[in-house]
Design a protein around this ligand. Structure first.
Ligand SMILES: [Zn+2]
Ligand SMILES: [Zn+2]
Length: 264
């Protein structure tokens, strides 16, 4: 009797501790190649004006990192097409349709290195009363852009207390406490991922070309990659957030991070 009460107490204590906060949330250590820190990563703005302030907040939030500066630049594609640009990140919004996803981030990797990324927000859902809020827009923009740095989620349980990080998925972005911005653990994780330096860069600066062999083949590039059928195998999917891997061969892969729209 007493031992089972004791076990129950241990179980309850374990259940309320935010154990995930101590865990690593790098994405397999994938990272941008660069020869010095902090490195400057361009975020192409393919957003309509209602989204611009959210990208502004996301860019300044993440640029507080000691290893990373993000720079908002003119978009290299359109919101609807959202094709990647080598060496940088394209950020897009559009009504992508009732495809199930609220937000999506994709990184193309060559070996261990990220060579391009996109972050998309789906206005089909963001135009509904449920998601058309500053809380949801901040959470999703902050999280999707951060996946393109090589960050994964801190926590994927949607109804537990917020960890005060946009890398913590939640049904309640505003909390309190709010999950609209990064926290110290996210900045620490970036410092760990980017602690080493590379002998080459995969970040675009001017007309510099990617090192030979790192450029993504056209077949792995010139599609929308907007639908589940193009994302390859499921790495994990809890019905709220999911990660997929498409292997193009030759060390080239596409990873897709998804936030599903609830109830869709
Ligand atoms: Zn490296
Ligand atoms: Zn995510």
């Amino acid at each position: 009797m007493w031992s089972s009460v004791f076990s129950l107490v241990i179980f309850l204590v374990a259940a309320v501790l935010p154990v995930a906060v101590e865990a690593s949330h790098s994405w397999n250590n994938f990272h941008w190649g660069r020869t010095s820190n902090p490195f400057s990563l361009k975020l192409g703005d393919n957003l309509s004006s209602t989204w611009d302030p959210y990208l502004g907040t996301t860019s300044s939030d993440w640029s507080q990192s000691s290893v990373l500066d993000t720079l908002i630049v003119a978009g290299g594609t359109t919101g609807r097409r959202c094709r990647p640009t080598s060496g940088r990140v394209e950020v897009c919004n559009a009504k992508y349709g009732n495809n199930g996803w609220l937000g999506l981030a994709q990184i193309w990797v060559s070996g261990d290195h990220i060579v391009q990324g996109v972050a998309k927000v789906n206005d089909t859902y963001f135009s509904t009363a449920k998601y058309n809020t500053p809380g949801w827009k901040n959470l999703v923009m902050c999280q999707e852009v951060a996946h393109t740095f090589g960050l994964d989620h801190q926590d994927e349980i949607f109804d537990n207390p917020n960890l005060v990080s946009c890398m913590d998925y939640t049904s309640n972005p505003l909390g309190p406490p709010s999950n609209e911005h990064p926290n110290q653990h996210d900045y620490d994780m970036l410092e760990t991922i980017y602690a080493h330096l590379d002998s080459f860069t995969t970040v675009q600066s001017g007309t510099q070309k990617l090192p030979l062999g790192l450029a993504i083949a056209a077949a792995a590039r010139n599609q929308d990659f907007e639908n589940r059928s193009e994302w390859g195998r499921t790495i994990r999917d809890n019905g709220h957030v999911a990660v997929f891997e498409r292997d193009f061969g030759g060390g080239q892969k596409l990873f897709t991070f998804v936030i599903w729209a609830e109830g869709e």
